[in-house]
Design a protein around this ligand. Structure first.
Ligand SMILES: CC(C)(COP(=O)(O)OP(=O)(O)OC[C@H]1O[C@@H](n2cnc3c(N)ncnc32)[C@H](O)[C@@H]1OP(=O)(O)O)[C@@H](O)C(=O)NCCC(=O)NCCS
Length: 183
């Protein structure tokens, strides 16, 4: 874990959500709820999962990130029935800066879950005394831009030919908007 870094909480509750560190046994659910759905992964930086083995690989990397850095990917569940709704996380770049993002199953869109999740993560970022959290977003992805703006992020840059969106344009570096929030 980086020096002077307080470990992030492994479980967190919001009004409607339970947010926790993933386990390898979550693979089937993550795969079937959202990681294998091409409509969900359209604007994401990772390819749609074809097989549950792809999801297990991701969860192993998540576990490694948590073990090395005391922070990392998280899963989001409905508090009432514990149904898996989506994923999020804070990826530590240095002691001051973390990258974030979110992905929700299609049936969970439009209910304010991304906003509620991001607000909880920003609370964690403050507790950890991070100076900056950022998110990268495709310029056409209006719902995601709306979530970031509602949560207090501002557009810091439009980066030209910067990021591959493998489900939109494989092998091509597309422009991407960088949104930041400073504490
Ligand atoms: C993007 C995503 C995370 C949004 O999650 P969500 O839980 O539906 O988001 P919320 O309900 O908290 O907020 C969505 C906001 O976008 C608005 N919105 C929805 N479609 C919109 C559109 N086409 N144009 C502009 N705003 C739009 C909603 O009205 C809402 O704003 P409001 O509260 O002011 O009405 C979700 O659609 C998703 O998981 N998509 C697939 C994965 C993904 O693309 N992740 C982001 C990568 S950058």
């Amino acid at each position: 874990m980086p020096l002077n870094f307080l470990a992030a909480p492994q479980t967190q509750m919001t009004e409607r959500l339970l947010i926790r560190r993933p386990r390898i046994e979550d693979a089937e659910q993550v795969f079937s709820r959202y990681a294998s759905d091409a409509a969900v992964t359209r604007y994401l930086g990772w390819p749609t999962h074809i097989d549950v083995a792809d999801t297990r690989k991701f969860l192993l990397l998540a576990q490694e990130h948590w073990e090395r850095k005391g922070i990392g990917p998280l899963l989001v569940f409905d508090r009432q029935d514990e149904q898996l709704l989506g994923g999020t996380g804070l990826e530590l770049e240095d002691n001051n800066t973390a990258a974030t993002g979110y992905v929700f199953a299609r049936s969970a869109w439009g209910k304010g879950y991304a906003t509620e999740t991001m607000q909880a993560l920003l609370g964690t970022a403050r507790q950890l005394r991070l100076a900056c959290v950022y998110a990268l977003c495709h310029p056409d992805h209006e719902p995601s831009i709306r979530v970031l703006e509602k949560c207090g992020f501002h557009q810091a840059a439009l980066l030209q030919s910067e990021t591959e969106f493998p489900n939109l344009a494989p092998g091509v570096k597309s422009d991407v908007k960088r949104f930041e929030i400073q504490f």
